[in-house]
Ligand binder design. Structure first.
Ligand SMILES: [Fe+2]
Ligand SMILES: [Fe+2]
Length: 350
């Protein structure tokens, strides 16, 4: 510790050159290596910052800026930092002392200076200063660790959610990457419409679960090669309500959003969708976003009953459905972000 104390950066601010010289001599003679000084109090703050000062020996009565003003300025730039200030004063009235302590001084040195007192009090403040630095350094490390762990946790949550989504799609004969692609398109679309990164990330997670209700649809219907009859189609459509039931009662904002997506991803802008025939903006935004991403990916991927359509053909359908199946504004935006969409498609090729 003692080595660290002598290596500390000391700043002396006093308008009397005699005082400055005296303090400098006392400190340097006893081993302090980095002693800075000025007789012009207007330089105090910039010197303090420039040399990363560990203790400031500060006179109170000075022309231009007095010691109180210097302390106030330092307060305003350092906020939560510990201010290592040792006030130099000839008159130790309780008023001066009280005022200095109130605004942030830590201790006093009374003129004329006593050598051993100068050293002792200076060292005391440096010791506290160094400990303070150590603690805040430690806190920074801890904060970084907490942040890293939180990100890790969020990452694994997303993985679990996407895998749940995959499970449902898998059963449906769809390929595993459908969920990864369409949820990434949804995120891109969410950002294009101006949602925050955080909300867009939540949409990515929520849309991953859009067909989770398919786990409740019998295989004979889900996997039927031919066309579904009316009853079968009704059962098939119930995947949205089954999914919503699976997610209902969820407390987290994510599960609440996911439930909205699940329930509304087959609604259509013109009101001809299911299960509730919602119209326009009555359909939650998340559901409207999911609808486009889901259909676009279905059209552009290979399914047992169809080849993958070229992007131009799929986009023609999407545009044709603007104002019918899809919200016009979202169709426009989807076209705008098409390069990004295609990059995602390449990233998650089947
Ligand atoms: Fe669906
Ligand atoms: Fe889907």
């Amino acid at each position: 510790m003692i080595e660290k104390i002598f290596a500390a950066n000391v700043l002396i601010v006093d308008d009397q050159i005699v005082n400055v010289k005296l303090l400098e001599r006392i400190l340097k003679n006893s081993g302090f290596k980095n002693v800075f000084s000025t007789t012009d109090s207007r330089q105090a703050v910039s010197l303090y910052q420039e040399h990363n000062i560990d203790v400031l020996l500060l006179d109170i009565r000075m022309p231009h800026l007095d010691g109180f003003q210097v302390i106030e300025e330092l307060q305003s730039i350092t906020e939560n930092d510990y201010l290592p200030i040792l006030v130099l004063t000839a008159e130790l009235t309780s008023e001066t002392r009280g005022k200095a302590l109130t605004i942030g001084a830590k201790d006093f040195l009374v003129k004329p200076f006593d050598q051993s007192e100068v050293l002792q009090r200076t060292q005391n403040i440096i010791e506290v200063r160094l400990l303070h630095k150590q603690i805040s350094q430690h806190n920074k490390v801890l904060e970084a660790e907490v942040k890293r762990r939180t990100q890790e946790l969020e990452g694994s949550q997303l993985e679990i959610i996407q895998r749940l989504g995959l499970a449902a799609e898998y059963k449906d004969n769809e390929t595993g990457y459908h969920v990864l692609r369409m949820s990434s398109y949804s995120k891109a679309l969410a950002k294009a419409i101006g949602l925050s990164d955080e909300d867009a990330e939540m949409i990515l997670c929520a849309t991953s679960m859009h067909d989770i209700g398919k786990v409740g649809i019998p295989d004979r219907i889900l996997l039927k090669p031919g066309k579904l009859d009316k009853d079968e189609w009704g059962i098939m459509q119930s995947h949205v309500t089954i999914g919503a039931k699976l997610l209902s009662g969820g407390e987290s904002p994510l599960l609440k959003m996911a439930k909205k997506v699940v329930l509304t991803h087959h609604e259509k802008w013109d009101g001809s969708g299911y299960p509730n025939g919602l119209i326009g903006e009555d359909i939650p935004l998340e559901g409207r976003i999911c609808a486009i991403s889901d259909v676009f990916d279905a059209l552009t991927s290979t399914r047992p009953y169809k080849d993958a359509w070229p992007v131009e053909k799929a986009m023609a359908v999407i545009k044709d459905e603007s104002g019918k199946h899809f919200e016009p504004r979202l169709v426009e935006l989807f076209e705008q972000i098409l390069p990004e969409v295609l990059a995602i498609q390449v990233e998650y090729l089947d």
